[in-house]
Design a protein around this ligand. Structure first.
Ligand code: G
Ligand code: G
Ligand code: MN
Ligand code: NA
Length: 255
């Protein structure tokens, strides 16, 4: 209960902030998108990671307003980068099941875009397989409404859930994100190498782009490139960083 009160206060006093992790196109070498990741600047405990408070936020329903805050902040920040003259990029936001299942969720996404002035095509929403599989029918319907808004959709942590091939075909998504658990032991682990290769083929068969998460080494990058992976994200490119640092990074080759 104490933690719950703290979380409420954090929201009221804006103790949250976002970091952004670059995603790189393996063909052009360009940073074309960033994933927004929430953090909590706790007055006594320091920086708290989302793994430690998102589950409580989900249990208590606070994920609704926290998720709105994240979405609006990410949209506003992306618009600010554009206005500062940077080449436009996509900002990708993680979505929780409970947030996604709220009745007015699509309207809230539309409101965040409207309020920030960000064009829908510069926003992507990351949904997990398990979120979708909780109620496939409902999820597909919501996904179609989001698609009509013009936002991009991606499946996060791909390979850890259990969406079937036939259901995957029905999802209006543009990207699969290979979960970092399959990337961690590349290129040495032959099972993971087979899984990563299979996910890339599957994604391409369904005309999706495939991004690998958690890329930390040159060897992993080389393996993924050879396997035809489109994009990578991970410490090898950059850790999640503050908006200012990201702006400097994006500026490097251009400004
Ligand atoms: O950044 P980090 O590795 O600590 O993130 C841990 C987990 O928290 C990841 O699974 C990530 O998807 C999730 N996460 C990060 N930011 C958000 C957010 O804004 N909303 C939701 N629902 N999950 C997030
Ligand atoms: O579940 P999701 O894919 O949204 O989780 C993203 C999380 O993965 C972020 O919290 C981020 O901090 C973490 N992450 C990003 N890149 C790497 C990496 O190269 N190595 C490891 N170990 N974690 C990473
Ligand atoms: Mn994610
Ligand atoms: Na993931």
């Amino acid at each position: 209960l104490e933690r719950q009160e703290e979380l409420r206060r954090a929201l009221a006093q804006t103790e949250f902030f976002l970091q952004y992790q670059p995603q790189m196109d393996l063909v052009t070498g360009r940073i074309f998108a960033v994933e927004a990741l929430i953090r909590w600047r706790h007055p006594e405990r320091g920086i708290v990671s989302p793994g430690e408070f998102i589950p409580l936020a989900e249990e208590t329903g606070l994920i609704g307003p926290i998720g709105d805050w994240t979405l609006r902040t990410a949209c506003r920040q992306n618009k600010a980068w554009q206005l500062s003259g940077l080449p436009p990029i996509v900002v990708s936001v993680n979505v929780s099941a409970r947030q996604f299942q709220e009745r007015d969720w699509v309207e809230r996404v539309a409101a965040a875009l409207e309020e920030s002035g960000l064009e829908a095509r510069y926003l992507e929403l990351e949904l997990t397989e398990s979120l979708i599989m909780e109620d496939v029918q409902q999820a597909v319907e919501t996904m179609h409404r989001l698609e009509q808004l013009g936002v991009h959709l991606a499946i996060d942590d791909f390979g850890t859930g259990y969406s079937s091939l036939s259901s995957l075909k029905r999802f209006p998504v543009g990207r699969l994100k290979i979960d970092r658990s399959f990337v961690k032991d590349l290129p040495g682990d032959s099972d993971d190498a087979a899984i990563a290769t299979a996910v890339i083929s599957l994604g391409h068969l369904l005309q999706l782009r495939v991004i690998a998460e958690g890329v930390e080494t040159r060897e992993q990058l080389d393996f993924l490139r050879a396997a035809g992976c489109d994009e990578i994200q991970g410490y090898y490119i950059s850790r999640p960083i503050d908006a200012m640092a990201l702006q400097a990074l994006l500026c490097l080759p251009h400004c």
